[in-house]
Design a protein around this ligand. Structure first.
Ligand SMILES: Nc1ncnc2c1ncn2[C@@H]1O[C@H](COP(=O)(O)OP(=O)(O)O)[C@@H](O)[C@H]1O
Ligand SMILES: N[C@@H](CCC(=O)OP(=O)(O)O)C(=O)O
Length: 378
């Protein structure tokens, strides 16, 4: 019923997110099993050895917790029961993954609320970047203790797509228990045909993707496609493949895919620019001198505190703000971007050197007021 996927070559990449679902980790029906995890960890290590960075998004806490207390908690049990299982299982999930790596693993638990809030989004992004610099392996899961209803992302496929954008990954690898996407749910249609490349999302394609295939999995193919669509909009390619097959993982480490490849809808740069251009700005502005404006416009430089003349309004860290240049003739808008500091903080560090930030504020979020990656000219 599965199979039929030919080999395709993937473009080179530097940073990726790998999503591993519960169905792979609880493959033997009970708690965490090394059966698939070993080869998946081998893939991560092979990528690291090739100088590539991987962030792991791993489910499996509930499945691990269920095995610890030998609970027979049904999939539709009250949410608090499953949250308790996740809390029980999360520590074991981390220890489980650590067993496959010499370098340290780092636990990152996120909720939807964290990622909707720009300040927390920036903080999570900075932490993940620091972990990658330290050569640790970040392992992300949903913070199930607090994730209910509107806080909940629902499944880790969505979480993985958001994390891929958060860390500026080029590709999102989604490992599952089936060879890839088929044009119909293969559990119901034995004649379903493989879909090797998705260049565009159509209603028919989304309709073909059904729900979860195993007791442990939650989202099924539909949530994987939704995640791929979200990633595509952010300029990120998605690769769906069978994480139960060591040969597929070995090929993948050499950029050879047997599975489904979903093309990004636009370049990451274009996606980012689009977001920067269209995200609503807070009232208020950062007013800069001619030198700072020239550095941004001509060299694509970040805005440093030394070039800030004044601040208007009362925005917070993470807000989108207008940047205006003041010269002898007056003032005009030059750029917009995500502020690393609140208006209050910028008033205190304006005209000062970046290295003085820590002494003035007692903390620092980096040397720039607006980083060049978060800035677009107007
Ligand atoms: N069109 C489709 N193509 C492939 N798989 C599909 C499709 N529709 C539904 N599925 C089911 O989705 C399952 C994978 O999702 P899921 O069980 O949630 O895994 P995970 O735990 O990895 O997230 C497959 O095993 C398959 O039964
Ligand atoms: N965050 C929870 C549940 C997430 C979940 O099951 O997602 P998935 O297996 O990707 O469909 C866990 O770790 O068990």
């Amino acid at each position: 019923m599965t199979g039929g996927f030919g080999e395709q070559v993937l473009p080179p990449w530097r940073r990726a997110v790998l999503k591993v679902g519960s169905s792979l980790l609880a493959a033997d029906g009970g708690g965490l099993s090394p059966r698939n995890a070993r080869a998946l960890a081998g893939f991560v290590s092979a990528c690291a050895a090739a100088g590539r960075e991987v962030v792991l998004v791993s489910s499996g806490a509930v499945a691990a917790g269920r095995a610890i207390v030998r609970a027979d908690t049904a999939v539709d049990a009250p949410i608090a029961e499953r949250q308790a299982l996740a809390a029980l299982g999360q520590a074991q999930l981390m220890a489980f993954w650590q067993g496959f790596f010499e370098r340290p693993v780092a636990q990152v638990l996120l909720t939807h609320d964290d990622l909707r809030n720009r300040r927390r989004y920036l903080n999570a992004r900075a932490t993940l970047a620091a972990l990658l610099r330290q050569r640790a392996l970040p392992i992300v899961n949903e913070n199930d203790t607090v994730s209910v209803d509107e806080l909940k992302l629902g499944d880790n496929d969505t979480l993985a797509a958001i994390v891929a954008a958060l860390v500026d990954a080029e590709v999102l690898f989604i490992a599952t228990d089936i060879d890839g996407l088929y044009d119909a749910d293969p559990r119901l249609n034995p004649g379903a045909r493989p879909v090797e490349v998705v260049a565009r999302f159509s209603a028919g394609l989304l309709a073909a993707a059904g729900g979860a295939g195993s007791a442990a999995g939650t989202g099924g193919m539909r949530t994987k496609l939704d995640a791929a669509q979200r990633a595509a909009g952010a300029g990120i390619a998605t690769v769906l493949f069978n994480g139960t097959r060591a040969d597929v993982l070995e090929g993948l480490a050499q950029d050879r895919l047997r599975g489904t490849r979903v093309h990004p809808a636009r370049s990451r740069m274009a996606a980012r620019k689009h977001w920067l251009q269209n995200a609503p700005a807070e009232p208020g502005a950062i007013v800069v001198d001619v030198g700072a404006a020239a550095a941004m416009v001509e060299k694509g430089a970040s805005l440093l505190p030394g070039g800030v003349l004044a601040v208007r309004g009362d925005f917070r860290r993470g807000d989108m703000v207008e940047i205006r240049c003041r010269d002898d003739d007056g003032e005009q808008p030059v750029a917009r971007g995500v502020s690393q500091y609140s208006a209050t903080d910028i008033r205190r560090i304006a005209r000062r050197h970046s290295r003085e930030i820590e002494a003035i504020l007692g903390y620092n979020y980096g040397g720039s007021v607006v980083h060049r990656d978060d800035l677009v000219l107007v």
